[in-house]
Design a protein around this ligand. Structure first.
Ligand SMILES: Nc1ncnc2c1ncn2[C@@H]1O[C@H](COP(=O)(O)OP(=O)(O)OP(=O)(O)O)[C@@H](O)[C@H]1O
Ligand SMILES: [Mg+2]
Length: 249
């Protein structure tokens, strides 16, 4: 097993709370392909955790395993103290673990408002639409437009908004900045910062390492399905070998 480099100074800052997600030695597969090897990680309340790694490292598979879209063959995932690794994805979502997948999965044939209302349907206490539009003013302007007519940035806003309207305990963002213009990335980063200031717990997967590091309290690096680094953004920046070998930055 690959040894995880545990950087010094990986202690939580004062604002971070109790462990919320505890992943212990999960092994995930697609058919016969072994993808995640004894992956362990933790996410604390009000923490932003960045999960980094090259293409194909297993980042999306990790998020899918947390969200129950992939079930690990071994290992445990505890969410707020309860084992969830065998639960169906809709039950996990119901408990407040909300995945915003890479492919966004908004409904092209529905308006912005309809997309949001649909996401809110099965939530016990959805946020009012006005609160969502306060977070994303652009979505208010576009509320009558079909999903398919939105720009990439607007689609990403809508995908995140669909998760937020359900008042998630944790939001899992898979490459939210991918393919977006710098100005839109800045805008989404501002939104994320505001969410963090309100205490939202976030796990973010990003190829845009610099952007992710400006948000994260703690980082993990995956390589070929193995966790190879855990530490603060400062510790990661101070580990050029890790940055170079596993992130190519
Ligand atoms: N549905 C699938 N069936 C079979 N293999 C898959 C499937 N999805 C992903 N894989 C493989 O699993 C490995 C990990 O993929 P994963 O999507 O988790 O990587 P990633 O770190 O998210 O990469 P990227 O940065 O490209 O999104 C890769 O080798 C990929 O080819
Ligand atoms: Mg991916």
């Amino acid at each position: 097993m690959t040894r995880v480099i545990k950087a010094a100074g990986a202690a939580m800052d004062g604002g971070v709370g109790a462990p919320m997600i505890e992943v212990e030695r999960i092994n995930s597969y697609y058919g016969d392909s072994h993808i995640l090897f004894d992956v362990s990680m933790a996410v604390h309340e009000r923490e932003v955790v960045a999960l980094l790694g090259r293409n194909g490292a297993g980042k999306s598979t990790t998020l899918k395993t947390l969200a129950g879209a992939v079930h690990p063959r071994s290992g445990t995932i505890r969410f707020e103290g309860a084992a969830i690794e065998a639960l169906p994805s809709h039950v996990i979502a119901q408990r407040g673990l909300q995945l915003v997948p890479e492919e966004r999965r908004i409904f092209g044939g529905l308006s912005v408002t309809e997309n949001l209302e649909l996401a809110a349907l099965s939530a016990p206490q959805p946020l009012p639409l006005d609160d969502i539009f306060a977070i994303f003013p652009r979505l208010r302007e576009r509320r009558g437009s079909y999903g398919r007519s939105l720009s990439g940035g607007e689609q990403q806003m809508l995908a995140i908004a669909r998760a937020l309207i359900r008042r998630p305990r944790v939001i899992l963002l898979d490459e939210p900045f991918e393919g977006l213009a710098v100005i839109i990335v800045q805008n989404l980063l501002e939104v994320c910062r505001a969410l963090v200031a309100q205490g939202q717990t976030i796990v973010i997967v990003e190829q845009n390492v610099r952007a992710a590091l400006t948000l994260a309290h703690r980082t993990y690096v995956l390589n070929n399905g193995h966790m190879v680094f855990e530490g603060t953004p400062e510790a990661l920046r101070a580990a050029p070998d890790v940055m170079d070998r596993y992130l190519g930055v």
